[in-house]
Design a protein around this ligand. Sequence first.
Ligand SMILES: NC(=O)c1ccc[n+]([C@@H]2O[C@H](COP(=O)([O-])OP(=O)(O)OC[C@H]3O[C@@H](n4cnc5c(N)ncnc54)[C@H](OP(=O)(O)O)[C@@H]3O)[C@@H](O)[C@H]2O)c1
Length: 350
Amino acid sequence: MTSSSPMAPRDAASIAARGTRGVSSMKAIVQDEYGTDAGRVLRVEEVGRPTIRDGDVLVRVTAASVDRGTWHLMTGLPYPIRFAGFGLRAPKALNPGRSVAGTIESIGDDVTEFRVGDEVFGTCAGSFAEYARAEPGRLAIKPANLSFEHAAAVPVSAQAALQAVRDHGQVQAGQNLLVVGASGGVGTFAVQIAKAFEAEVTGVCSAGKADMVRALGADHVVDYTHEDFAEGNHPYDVILDIGGNRRLSHLRRALTPRGRLVIVGGETGGRWLGGVDRQLRAQLLSPLVTQKLGTFVARENAEDLTVLRDLIEAGKVAPAIDRTYPLGEAPAAIRYMEQGHARGKLVITV
Ligand SMILES: NC(=O)c1ccc[n+]([C@@H]2O[C@H](COP(=O)([O-])OP(=O)(O)OC[C@H]3O[C@@H](n4cnc5c(N)ncnc54)[C@H](OP(=O)(O)O)[C@@H]3O)[C@@H](O)[C@H]2O)c1
């Protein structure tokens, strides 16, 4: 059955178990053009609820969170993302928002992983809305000890942090790890996950956030406005470069001869490359030097959400939330994130 096919007749018990799939309306943030002014490009509208295919679920959204990807898709910048299938002149996806926490409202005929009423967190298309269609493979049961608001802060940023620490940094117990951009959405998770991996963690952030980064578990904090982490005798086994756009030579100076540099991100504002040039150079240089230099695009998957849920329920990781905004103020949340100095995550409540 496709999303447009009529619902097959079912008995009452089956409908109760799968939820109703009827189309009715909902409030959602809507965007039909690219632009840098969130207040102009994004608006709240009454739209039809998403219909689901047999392999999908419909989530009644309680909270969502903002990340840099939302901004990139709002602006269509840097330009190469428009050629990557997101829409050349205007966005193909009309509802922004990726991270989600909420309750399963209905399930497609082929879904076995979830039941109606399950409380979940994960990623989907269009989470800045009352309802969102999601793939079961990008959702997991919400951590029992988190509110929906806190759970919504986790998916995009914590999956990136987990994959940076575990898969690309291959962080081992006792290693010296530097997290550049430790106070932001990804960095606050990276510090905690690296401590759970028993690394010696140094966080780089601005002075006003040093206490927060220490409270997250960092053993040392470097205030980038006053100190240079590449100075002195602290060569790092692994560097996660999340913010600040340091030159590759600068980052390499702070690494051990066989150390690993993982470029997670960094916003330059460049309309064509937006920082990707540094990542490409790192990958080109890596085979020629003893250090391992690289970058990655995080994978959204249920397995990593489950790993994160275990870390959260064990008390080893907790989302740091800076501000919470109601759905109608999503443009204000994006404007605040754009400044690049949030203390952890920004959450949207629905
Ligand atoms: N590879 C992937 O799959 C993936 C996934 C998610 C995100 N990302 C990317 O990761 C990057 C960060 O995302 P985010 O959500 O963490 O952003 P964010 O919440 O805006 O955080 C940015 C961080 O950078 C810090 N920073 C700013 N200037 C700095 C400097 N000169 N030196 C050191 N730190 C500095 C800020 O610290 P202060 O506030 O203390 O200045 C802040 O902690 C973005 O480029 C995003 O696109 C990549």
